[in-house]
Design a protein around this ligand. Structure first.
Ligand SMILES: Nc1ncnc2c1ncn2[C@@H]1O[C@H](COP(=O)(O)OP(=O)(O)OP(=O)(O)O)[C@@H](O)[C@H]1O
Ligand SMILES: [Mg+2]
Length: 294
């Protein structure tokens, strides 16, 4: 970490809302930990908003997570979220609106109390999706600083855009030369393990009415189609309590979850999970509800 220790110290000292950006495997999450470690060592209150829905540090995949960090124990338990917002997919390109709003809501929640709000993001930094995602995250989260980790000058287009439209301060650093990229297998295995943890036995089965969903189910929907769908178990004030999976057996619709207490409604995600392998498959909600014809 030698190269980034000083950068981390500067960010921990300055505080404010800081957004980390970079392509996949550029060391964003590693830098985030170093910044948080230093922030804690300086006696500051930090909040990590983990907006990476695919390779989550805080909370389960498919959610944006908030973690308060005041002590080194908090860093050890970084995966245990203090607050969650449901997105419903591990692929940011599918749900840009949900990603942006979930991130903005948690930044807003942390901003008043934290000395430092650090936003870790997905590796989507190019193309229409990556640029649109980052444009609206900066627009809604109002970071004082964007920190970009890059190989060569790969972030120039997105940084140029962010500076042009938001006059945001940007610091860039080179990717650490010793960084070894993670293989796709390692990434998907990490996701499987995180989902396994989020949906670990014994899951409670809660009988539910078909009227508890957002979006609302169309009348006459064959409820069997919902089996295996990942849902966000929601409280009544916009937050997600945790993940659940829908089950439809013997004509009864149930949600399997560890978060049934305080459940006020269920948000339908855009993926199914197989509870024996914890592998996920993307689902198009419009197709699920209305069939291919519409
Ligand atoms: N400074 C570094 N020196 C050596 N290895 C590093 C360094 N930073 C990160 N790594 C390693 O590189 C890999 C990717 O790092 P990290 O998860 O921080 O990247 P990321 O940009 O957050 O990736 P993703 O886009 O998947 O979220 C990890 O195995 C990590 O341990
Ligand atoms: Mg990361």
């Amino acid at each position: 970490m030698t190269d980034h220790t000083q950068l981390a110290a500067t960010i921990a000292d300055q505080g404010g809302v800081v957004m980390l950006i970079g392509a996949p495997d550029t060391g964003k999450s590693t830098l985030a930990r170093e910044i948080l470690r230093q922030s804690i060592a300086k006696g500051k209150v930090a909040a990590l908003v983990d907006a990476d829905v695919a390779q989550s540090t805080v909370g389960p995949p498919g959610c944006v997570g908030l973690k308060w960090l005041r002590t080194s124990d908090d860093l050890t338990e970084i995966s245990k979220a203090d607050a969650l917002r449901f997105v419903g997919s591990t692929n940011p390109s599918r749900l840009v609106l949900q990603m942006v709003l979930a991130t903005a809501a948690l930044v807003e929640q942390a901003r008043a109390t934290a000395d430092l709000v650090l936003i870790d993001t997905t590796g989507a930094v190019s193309g229409v999706v990556g640029q649109t995602l980052k444009y609206h995250k900066v627009e809604t989260c109002h970071p004082e600083l964007v920190v970009g980790l890059q190989r060569g000058a790969e972030l120039e287009p997105i940084i140029g855009m962010l500076q042009r439209f938001f006059s945001v301060d940007v610091t860039t650093a080179d990717v650490h030369p010793e960084l070894i990229p993670l293989s796709p297998d390692v990434r998907s295995e990490a996701r499987v393990q995180q989902l396994k943890l989020a949906l670990s036995d014994p899951l409670e089965a809660w009988r539910i009415r078909p009227t508890v969903f957002a979006p609302t189910l169309p009348t006459g929907l064959d409820l069997d189609r919902l089996a295996g769908m990942v849902v966000g178990v929601q409280d009544g004030v916009g937050a997600c309590l945790g993940l659940g999976v829908l089950d439809y057996t013997d004509g009864v619709l149930r949600v399997l979850t560890n978060h049934g207490e305080g459940m006020q409604g269920l948000r339908l995600g855009s993926m199914r999970v197989d509870l024996s392998t914890f592998e996920t498959k993307p689902v198009n909600l419009r197709e699920l509800m209305f069939g291919l014809a519409l």
